[in-house]
Design a protein around this ligand. Structure first.
Ligand code: C5P
Ligand code: MG
Length: 242
């Protein structure tokens, strides 16, 4: 991993090569290179990921209705990532008769956050069942506790974090119009979810911004317009063989 990143790093910075990348891709490439390099110490060093199997992990964050799931679907189609939605994994657990099912149901109904151990274990299982080596983890971490629990159990940090930024009125409108039959897509629970987002999730976003891992994306406009903003980030990853 180190050898590969070093050689690609010089590939990106070499004046004779940089004409191959458009300015957006080059800027993203530099940041992605940095995240790969700084991650090397943590990923694959004694945690859940081994040195031989150290997948590329992108966390996808944003408030309810910010477009995380929709954009993840497009990233999967265009860039071959596996999409793991923490919310979907938790909803599946409710219908699978697991011992945590009724607790999860209650938490989701009220817009609260399920204990981190439960969510991290579901993500861990989904990663280990997949043959892919690049994942979008959507809707996680929602709290500092989620983040710390993931780092403790998995023993690694994400390689990058996408954050879809969207005005609250727009997010509320989208959630109330989407008609997916979710028990938490109602006015009262959306308010609770937005409170959780402001109070508990934004500190996580700020944490990754301070670490230089955050890609903040304007989440307003059509699905296609938003995806045009997402694309260069993943296109740049191709230069690293990801
Ligand atoms: O991401 P999504 O909107 O599908 O999440 C739905 C609900 O699932 C959240 O409001 C929360 O109750 C629960 N959840 C959680 N912890 C996460 C992700 C989702 O408790 N990390
Ligand atoms: Mg979703």
């Amino acid at each position: 991993m180190w050898r590969r990143v070093t050689s690609l790093s010089s590939f990106l910075t070499s004046p004779s090569r940089s004409f191959l990348l458009n300015p957006n891709q080059e800027a993203y490439g530099q940041r992605i290179c940095k995240s790969l390099c700084t991650d090397g110490g943590k990923s694959g060093s004694g945690g859940f990921f081994s040195r031989d199997h150290c997948p590329y992990i992108a966390f996808v964050l944003g408030g309810p209705g910010s477009g995380k799931g929709t954009q993840c679907t497009k990233i999967v189609e265009n860039f071959g990532f596996t999409h793991l939605s923490a919310g979907d994994l938790l909803r599946k657990e409710i219908t699978s008769d697991s011992k945590d099912g009724s607790m999860i149901f209650q938490m989701i109904k009220e817009g609260n956050i399920v204990p981190s151990e439960v969510t991290v274990k579901l993500l861990q299982k989904a990663i280990s069942l997949s043959e892919n080596n690049k994942f979008l983890i959507d809707g996680f971490p929602r709290t500092e506790e989620n983040r710390i629990s993931y780092e403790r159990i998995i023993g690694a940090e994400p390689n990058m974090v996408l954050f879809f930024h969207c005005p609250e009125e727009e997010m509320i409108k989208r959630v109330l119009n989407r008609n997916e039959g979710r028990i938490d897509d109602n006015e009262e629970t959306v308010k609770a979810r937005l409170n959780v987002f402001r109070g508990l999730s934004l500190p996580v976003v700020n944490y990754y911004a301070a670490k230089g891992k955050l890609h903040k994306i304007n989440g307003t406009g059509s699905e296609e317009e938003i995806f045009e903003r997402v694309k260069p980030i993943f296109a740049a990853l191709r230069y690293f063989g990801i």
